[in-house]
Design a protein around this ligand. Structure first.
Ligand SMILES: Cc1ncc(COP(=O)(O)O)c(C=O)c1O
Length: 424
């Protein structure tokens, strides 16, 4: 880790928080054991600045659906690069990319672009507030929108006017009553229901249909946050998988295999509000990301990308959990094949960050990069990757088991325990 350590020392002098993304910073991993800096990637593997190689299940926190340094996307970006990146009036690729997205996402009658999922989520909320002339938002999800309207309800809300917090009303997934109560209590004041269509729990029979009905009944807008589920759960995102449409949807991450792109899509009658509200940014039509997105969608449409991710993820989860059962450790991969999480529990069945850190330490030593959030699979992950991962897991489970049994988990941990960056 010589080069990683050197960069980290320099970063400490010049980069507050050490990273542009909390969840990528050294403290989110096992600091001292994990590489602090990566150099390049190929397919499902990444290489750190000391040239150690890892099978990567973090995938840039989700965007890399196809794989690193993925040839058809690279080609599309290079071709566009030779023509130019940003222009003074729109480039025709904006129309092409909008049509491409509209061809794959249900009810994407119109499309606007953004650079991050947070930008897209915020734009959708602004449009909903403008359409309904109301301020409050009924919210459910796994967090993720790092702009004021949402961040105000997290533990990292310094610098945000507290009054914004009063406008966010949380409800529970698969609990339609919790949403009804909000609409009754704040009658005529809720602009939108903003939610992920699902995280890893499937909706109960009519839950999403009822959400839609209630949202309509009270004159609000239904916004689906498909930043993680889009381009991953199905070709057309969770809406296609669950056979339900929102009024406005937001996408990010997997839309361009790592290029900075997000999108707001929806029915014409709602999207036309973007004619009026001030949603406008210099790089909104930046062409390299749009070229990447067109290439991504072509890949998803013509190759079994989604099927591959579901199948490989299913194999990984079932064999990982079978091994942990056999060995007798409380380490489980929970969730669904395309979005799972590793949960490590202590003897009292409480989630343990120390046990998790030890497990992650042993996995990264064996060339498997797991992250603080979800385990993701890309189209480039192979059966060989899964086999190697399971071999690493078997060895790591045994080490963790011994440490738990001899009460030496803390002593066995050579790096710092992982830290969560905030609470919701
Ligand atoms: C569900 C969800 N929505 C929105 C976002 C925000 O996306 P970005 O980090 O690109 O701003 C995230 C990011 O983690 C997310 O998980």
């Amino acid at each position: 880790m010589k080069n990683s350590t050197k960069y980290l020392q320099e970063a400490k002098k010049i980069i507050p928080a050490l990273s542009q993304t909390f969840s990528k910073a050294p403290y989110s991993y096992v600091e001292g054991i994990y590489p602090a800096y990566l150099s390049h990637g190929k397919g499902s593997h990444v290489f750190d600045v000391d040239n150690n190689e890892y099978i990567d299940y973090v995938l840039g926190l989700g965007p890399i659906t196809l794989g690193y340094n993925y040839s058809p996307v690279n080609k599309a970006v290079k071709k566009q690069l030779s023509k130019g990146i940003s222009f003074s009036i729109p480039h025709s690729i904006e129309v092409e990319a909008s049509k491409k997205i509209s061809s794959i996402i249900p009810d994407a009658e119109m499309v606007r672009f953004a650079k991050t999922g947070s930008d897209a989520g915020t734009a959708a909320v602004r449009a909903a507030r403008a359409i309904t002339k109301r301020n409050n938002i009924a919210y459910w999800g796994g967090g993720g929108v790092w702009h004021d309207w949402f961040t105000v309800i997290t533990s990292r809300n310094e610098g945000i006017p507290k009054s914004l917090g009063k406008m966010i009303k949380k409800f529970e997934y698969n609990n339609i009553e919790s949403l009804k109560i909000l609409f009754e209590k704040w009658k005529g004041e809720i602009a939108a229901v903003y939610m992920e269509p699902m995280i890893t729990e499937f909706p109960k029979k009519n839950f999403l249909i009822d959400v839609k009905k209630i949202t309509k009944k009270y004159g609000a807008i239904l916004i689906f946050d498909e930043v993680i589920t889009g381009f991953r759960f199905a070709k057309g995102g969770a809406q296609e998988l669950l056979k339900i449409n929102a009024d406005i949807s937001v996408f990010g991450k997997g839309i361009a295999n790592g290029m900075p792109l997000a999108a707001i899509t929806g029915k014409r009658k709602y999207m036309e509000k973007f004619n009026d509200i001030f949603y406008s940014t210099t790089y909104g039509g930046e062409t390299l990301s749009l070229a990447a997105s067109i290439a991504v969608i072509d890949e998803i449409k013509t190759k079994p990308v989604i099927k591959h991710c579901w199948e490989l993820g299913k194999k990984l989860i079932s064999e990982f959990n079978e091994l942990s059962n056999q060995i007798g450790v409380k380490i489980k991969m929970e969730g669904i094949p395309v979005r799972s999480k590793i949960v490590c529990r202590d003897d009292d069945d409480n989630p343990s960050i120390l046990i998790k850190s030890l497990f992650y330490q042993e996995m990264v030593k064996r060339g498997v990069l797991l992250g603080p959030g979800y385990v993701f699979i890309s189209y480039s992950h192979s059966q060989k990757d899964i086999k190697k991962t399971l071999e690493a897991a078997e060895k790591s489970f045994k080490i963790v088991k011994k440490a738990v049994n001899t009460k030496t988990v803390k002593k066995s941990l050579k790096g710092k325990p992982m830290k969560s960056v905030m609470k919701f």
